[in-house]
Design a protein around this ligand. Structure first.
Ligand SMILES: Cc1cc2nc3c(=O)[nH]c(=O)nc-3n(C[C@H](O)[C@H](O)[C@H](O)COP(=O)(O)O)c2cc1C
Length: 185
């Protein structure tokens, strides 16, 4: 687990459905509050659809930066839209696929985050790398055109999202971390 890394560069190669199903069959064994198992998966398998989702997220950020409205991410939105204008994908990092967890109810958020954490840990056993897609998550819970594009069942909400695919590079270094912040009683 110390060697886990967020993958920011992906090959164009497609991850076959079977490999993704194998990962999700293991993730199924993650814990679930009162075993309700409320996690739903939207796997965006078509890379063109991932690019469309990126462009919708950028649309939202562009609209936001041009508006007078405030948002805690506003300072970073300008750099993301600028990077996109220069040809990079700062939202999904050029990943071919997305795993989006969604659902409804008070217990769903934690279970969805646990499930995606398991996804990130299990995926390398299938040579798949991943990275949390926080900017996408914010947009997918805010921007109506993106919500319509995802077309989740009525009442269901995106809880979190992850980009994934085959990593372009092998990463060997383990970056430093701050010491754990612990109180003892
Ligand atoms: C909730 C969450 C959201 C994140 N969102 C993004 C994102 O939108 N784009 C991105 O490139 N990385 C994203 N990351 C990855 C972090 O930048 C990364 O975990 C951090 O820099 C530490 O690097 P490491 O995961 O390789 O140890 C996110 C991570 C978390 C936990």
């Amino acid at each position: 687990m110390r060697k886990r890394r967020s993958v920011h560069n992906y090959k164009h190669e497609i991850v076959e459905w079977k490999a993704i199903e194998n990962i999700l069959d293991i993730v199924l064994y993650a814990p679930s509050g009162i075993n309700i198992q409320p996690v739903n998966w939207l796997i965006v398998h078509d890379p063109e659809e991932v690019r469309k989702i990126t462009s919708l997220a950028i649309d939202w950020m562009r609209e936001f930066t041009e508006s007078g409205r405030d948002h805690s991410l506003k300072p970073i939105m300008f750099s993301l839209t600028s990077a996109y204008a220069k040809g990079s994908d700062p939202i999904c990092r050029g990943a071919p696929h997305l795993a989006i967890t969604y659902g409804t109810g008070v217990l769903v958020y934690t279970d969805c985050v646990i499930a995606l954490s398991w996804f990130e840990i299990v995926a390398p056993s299938f040579d798949v790398g991943s990275c949390w897609a926080g900017f996408l998550k914010v947009t997918a819970t805010t921007y109506k055109p993106l919500m319509e594009e995802l077309s989740l069942p009525v009442g269901h909400v995106v809880q979190h999202a992850m980009m994934f695919g085959y990593p372009e590079y092998n990463v060997h270094n383990i970056p430093g971390r701050n010491a754990p912040k612990i109180s003892w009683k």
